[in-house]
Design a protein around this ligand. Structure first.
Ligand code: FAD
Length: 407
């Protein structure tokens, strides 16, 4: 039986749209199912959050031919300062010491969305099935069969491989009863744009405080993006403060490294949790991005991890396509999962540990983490290793992450 698609991607957010673009042009028939209309302002993946993209993510986007469309909206991160409020621990990462043009870049999710979506509807090998959601799905020996709810009624489609990129609450994962490890932190991230008296000079600040980490990331236009992780109990009070009172609280936590904080924009709150799928592949199905692993935003790793899933899956799928193989065959998907295992494990472990360790006021832990920061600062070899992990340059890299386009 002829399948409608070789690859059906469920979820046209940052990760799903990235995959569609990465595998386009290689003879695969691709469908993208997205709950929101194409380029809708309401699509939650492309909201007002600000993302720190690692140097490695920038290389992947560049290899995909997307960086030029994003560069004007991207502010380079030249230095990262990490400190523990009220304690001695401190370390600093610098782009020149790491031998890269920037440690990363800061963009808005909206600008990333524009770069990913512009022209996606004109690619001949991609069908955008949106707005649409899943009604049911069935795996059989040679394919996956999906029933969709669309504006025009129900529609049945089949594919050799279904890629679940439908976010942390993945419906695909639930429909297939794929088990997931889940943890709540009792923490909420509040994000807002902030203008300070002094220029940010390309410095990203990560400051650990007794209620959780606070990051100020350099943005275009001289602004900085605040990501303040606080307890679920405290978040409603902070969200209700007027602008001046809120800025005073941020200033108290952050200090005066950038002088006085002058202005704050709209605040948005995100309750935080960690989710990790215990099973990522089945015959004809693979989970990627947040559907596979949702991590705490401390150190801004979520999308960076997701696009590395994309780069590896694209590598595997394009090789399978050129060998006329079956993209849904379990052996191919296991090759992908095996390749991704270490990087995913490391990022989940590091973000989870940092989120818990630096929110804990117990004195021995506080001492330990400050000694850790100091030790890191005094050990160039270790610091370089940590920097390479955060830049997305550790381990065996797929072609897109090495700056090589896949032909
Ligand atoms: C406060 C905060 C700050 C962050 N900062 C950073 C950062 O600095 N750097 C970084 O790398 N990451 C960061 N992240 C993480 C990043 O936002 C996520 O990793 C990223 O959004 C994951 O993308 P995704 O496409 O996998 O999932 P999502 O963004 O959740 O997208 C899922 C898509 O699937 C669609 N969908 C859902 N269900 C269905 C369905 N049943 N049918 C069809 N479509 C469906 C949705 O409409 C959506 O478009 C941050 C996250 C938060 C909360």
């Amino acid at each position: 039986m002829v399948k409608d698609y070789d690859i059906l991607i469920v979820g046209g957010g940052m990760v799903g749209a990235s995959l569609a673009r990465a595998i386009s042009g290689h003879g695969l028939r691709i469908g993208v199912v997205e709950a929101y209309a194409y380029h809708s302002d309401e699509q939650p993946s492309y909201d007002d959050r600000v993302l720190a993209l690692s140097w490695g993510t920038h290389l992947i986007l560049q290899s995909m031919g997307l960086w030029d469309g994003l560069a004007a909206d991207a502010e380079p991160i030249l230095d990262v300062h990490i400190s523990d409020r009220g304690h001695f621990g401190f370390t600093r990462l610098n782009h020149q010491e790491e031998g890269v043009g920037a440690l990363g870049y800061v963009v808005t999710a909206r600008a990333l969305g524009d770069a990913l979506l512009n022209g996606l509807d004109e690619l001949a090998d991609i069908d955008l099935l949106c707005p649409a959601t899943l009604d049911s799905l069935k795996l059989n020996e040679s394919a996956v069969e999906v029933n969709l709810h669309t504006d025009g009624g129900r529609r049945a489609v089949s594919a050799k491989l279904l890629v679940a990129a439908d976010g942390g609450d993945s419906q695909v994962r639930s429909l297939l009863c794929m088990p997931v490890k889940e943890k709540t932190y009792g923490q909420t991230a509040i994000i807002a744009n902030v203008t300070a008296e002094q220029a940010h000079n390309g410095v990203a600040y990560e400051r650990f405080t007794d209620t959780g980490p606070l990051a100020l990331l350099p943005m275009t236009g001289g602004r900085s993006s605040l990501v303040w992780t606080t307890s679920d109990d405290q978040a409603p009070e902070l969200m209700a403060l007027d602008a001046a009172a809120f800025l005073a609280r941020v200033q108290d936590r952050f200090g005066y490294r950038m002088g006085r904080l002058l202005k704050v924009g709209k605040r948005i709150a995100y309750p935080l949790r960690m989710r990790q799928a215990k099973e990522q592949v089945r015959p004809h199905v693979v989970l990627i991005g947040n559907a596979s692993h949702t991590v705490h935003p401390v150190t801004g790793q979520g999308f960076n991890l997701g696009i590395r899933d994309v780069a590896v899956l694209a590598d595997v799928l394009i090789d399978v396509a050129s060998a006329q193989g079956d993209p849904g065959e379990l052996a191919n998907l296991q090759r992908y999962a095996e390749w991704r295992k270490q990087d995913q494990y490391r990022v989940v472990m590091i973000t989870d540990t940092l989120a818990r360790l630096f929110a804990n006021p117990l004195t021995p832990l506080r001492m330990a983490r400050n000694l850790g920061l100091l030790g890191l600062d005094m050990s160039p070899g270790l610091k370089h290793l940590v920097a390479r992990q955060f830049m997305g340059l550790n381990g065996r890299l797929p072609r897109l992450a090495r700056g090589v386009s896949i032909v």
